[in-house]
Design a protein around this ligand. Sequence first.
Ligand SMILES: C[S@@+](CC[C@H](N)C(=O)[O-])C[C@H]1O[C@@H](n2cnc3c(N)ncnc32)[C@H](O)[C@@H]1O
Length: 252
Amino acid sequence: MSDQLRPRASLRTAVVWDVLKDALDRRAEATGRAALDVLDTGGGTGNFAVPVARLGHRVTVVDPSPNALFGLERRAAEAGVADQVHGVQGDVLGLFDVVERGGYDAVLCHGVLEYVEDPAEGIRNAVDALRPSGALSLLAAGLGGAVLARALAGHFTEARQALTDPAGRWGEGDPVPRRFTAEQLTGLVTTAGVEVGAVHGVRVFADLVPGVLVDTEPGALEALLKLEAAAAELPAFHSVATQLHVLGKKQG
Ligand SMILES: C[S@@+](CC[C@H](N)C(=O)[O-])C[C@H]1O[C@@H](n2cnc3c(N)ncnc32)[C@H](O)[C@@H]1O
């Protein structure tokens, strides 16, 4: 089902999708090729890979989970893009065991860096998979958003723990192994040879407002989407976003 048919899901993807689509359009124009080669590392069941394929691009998804790859295959078939989406079992830390180095116009690394043992190596590999001037789209969990969410839920000790923990975790029960500040993410990509084009805060408000308000108040979802879009680019809101998106261009 597309995000248009699941309006609440658009809160998770809207800002990133708009930035990504624009970057792919620009890359297509710059290369003179309408169909780009796109790699989605940790692409899961294709939240982004399938819509990217629907734009006409060829997408390779590398993911360690056979279940996710099965879901991806089914979803791509349902969307009519099965022949443009290629799922491969693999790990971003062993990326070149399964895909070509320097073979892609754009690489997505969305919601993956939190889970890999060595984020610097993960990003290095994602960048090494790019052709010169290729686009990197990095999305990862933000530290400040987790601190704010724990505090607003009344879990003040956990909020402080996340704030002081080097990995940004709020405790033993935290399902996310690692969170990042915008500075950490831009530092990682810059070190890997990427020029940062834009940083966006994702889900600045969406996870903090009661779901019932968004679902029942007429026009609330649309208004919230517009608010998220307006706040996303402002650095002041990066430090409280649930996720951070970094768009960059490989140098050289
Ligand atoms: C939170 S999901 C994100 C899925 C998708 N990128 C999205 O944005 O909807 C994280 C995905 O990363 C995959 N993953 C976990 N560790 C990974 C690794 N070391 N290398 C590549 N993918 C990994 C998981 O199997 C899962 O599909």
